[in-house]
Design a protein around this ligand. Structure first.
Ligand code: PGA
Length: 242
């Protein structure tokens, strides 16, 4: 793992936006894995700005998001689809046919998970997967457990994860869906390059466990230790226990 520490989240987001621009410039057909949550908001702001400045051509880029709530789709406030449209997709002119998200309203969730895996494979896999980390060490919705799913699956969210997502649902954790569709640990580990971003004090224990702890399903991000190309980008506060 390559660990990089930045003075603050703005500096981190700028650096990552520049790298993604470089990657797309070098490989216009880049396949990008994207996260939601509070952490990437600064990154998406920086990407919007650079897109307005004409610094990035998204025409041939494809994206896959990590996860989506079961029962929610594009028109539902609180869905990750709605978040992605508002934070990024509505502003950058990415071809709608190049945006892949799990459909939380699919009639057959197992089939939807299989479709997603096939779509990723059909584009030759993910080149760069950007990830956040939960305070409990989850990545995507791969929650701490005795065992982890390798592939895209239906996940049950832990209470702390529903609390962390309450802001999308008027601040009420009870309104956060109990289940989500999520890429699995193997889906994430199959990306050629993983970039994990963490900011803020609530992430410092999970970050320390991910970097220095045992590889364990009770801290899913620790599995990134076995990946050959992981970059961990932290602000000073999230790096405090390293
Ligand atoms: P956050 O979520 O960016 O909202 O802290 C990260 C995650 O749970 O993966």
């Amino acid at each position: 793992m390559l660990i990089e520490t930045f003075d603050n989240e703005e500096a981190l987001a700028s650096a990552l936006a520049e790298r993604l621009i470089d990657a797309v410039t070098r490989s216009p057909r880049l396949v990008l894995g994207l996260p939601t949550g509070r952490t990437p908001i600064a990154l998406y702001r920086e990407l919007r700005r650079r897109t307005r400045e004409g610094r990035i051509d998204w025409s041939d880029v494809h994206t896959f998001n990590l996860d989506e709530f079961v029962g929610l789709g594009g028109h539902d406030a609180g869905s990750y689809r709605a978040y992605m449209q508002a934070e990024l997709f509505d502003h950058i002119g990415l071809d709608a046919a190049h945006i892949e998200m799990l459909d939380g309203r699919a009639a057959d969730l197992a089939l939807e998970c299989e479709r997603y895996e096939r779509a990723i494979a059909g584009l030759g896999g993910i080149d760069i997967q950007v990830l956040g980390i939960g305070a409990n060490g989850h990545i995507g919705f791969n929650e701490p457990a005795d065992g982890l799913h390798a592939r895209t699956h239906v996940a049950t969210l832990l209470p702390g994860t529903r609390d962390a997502n309450a802001a999308l649902f008027g601040g009420d954790p009870a309104r956060v869906p109990e289940r989500a569709l999520s890429m699995g640990m193997g889906t994430i580990l199959s990306a050629r390059h993983v970039v994990l971003v963490a900011t803020g004090a609530e992430k410092r224990d999970a970050v320390a466990g991910m970097v220095h702890g045992l590889v364990t399903p009770t801290l899913p991000a620790s599995f990134l230790q076995v990946h050959p190309r992981v970059t961990v980008m932290l602000d000073r506060v999230a790096a405090a226990r390293l």
